[in-house]
Design a protein around this ligand. Sequence first.
Ligand code: BT5
Length: 264
Amino acid sequence: MDFNERTLAYRLSEKRIGNYIQFFEEVESTNDAAFRLAESGAPEGTAVIADCQTKGKGRLKRQWQSPPGCNIYTSIILRPAIDPVFAPQITLMTGVAVADLLSGYCPENVTLKWPNDVQIRGKKVCGVLTEMSASAAKGVDFIIVGIGINVNIERVDFDESFRDIATSLKEEAGREISRLDLTLKLFDNLENLYTKLLIEGFGSIKDTWLCYSDMVGRHIQVVFNDKVLAGKVRGVDDFGALVIADKNGVIRRVMAGDASIVKE
Ligand code: BT5
């Protein structure tokens, strides 16, 4: 097995992302571990990687199923000098990095679903969870980018509650994929896009995100805290919000929620 601290650290040294790694056979949540490391001063690019999580987190206190021996669970510390309102750009950027990665294995079938899902043939293969520490005075202190990718998990092993809407790279590509190779490529993609974001801004990353998304022009609904907003998707803005036009043509910006395409 090559998915261990020694091999990962050796292959990732000299990189901006992954220059320092902490590997766990088992951890509650890589996001929580990375958050603690960042609070104690760990530098940008530090990555926590785990073989298994016992309390993997989704958004809004949801769970992320994280069994051992098959998938990628990683959280990266970034310290961008940006206004906290632009932090959602990091989530969308990460989606693009993962979509580029998975497209190498399943060309044409990878889509992005706002705000944080990567899908293959419409099924969720990856979720991104970004968490931030920031203050009005100092701006962003750090952002934790958490990424869970279903790599070699088999369909029967998914929790029944989402078995029909989840998938793995192995299920879609029809073969086992090396987690080491994927992790190295993922960190390379992230490093390139993050550098681009800092130097050139969000524009071209947003365009790539929109190319991967099948939501633009579709009627969708977004549910957040029991509130439902419906409309036709126009795009995303520089704050990472989903821009929709309601039935009267009024433009609304949605900052958070679960979006789904409404069958017309
Ligand atoms: C997410 O939340 O999609 C963000 C998931 C982030 C997980 C990574 S793993 C590394 C890092 N450390 C952590 O603790 N977290 C991050 P959300 O959009 O809220 O989706 C959660 C929902 O997806 C759950 O309620 C389930 O319905 C479903 N789900 C849970 N585990 C799944 C899995 N392995 N594959 C596909 N869907 C899953």
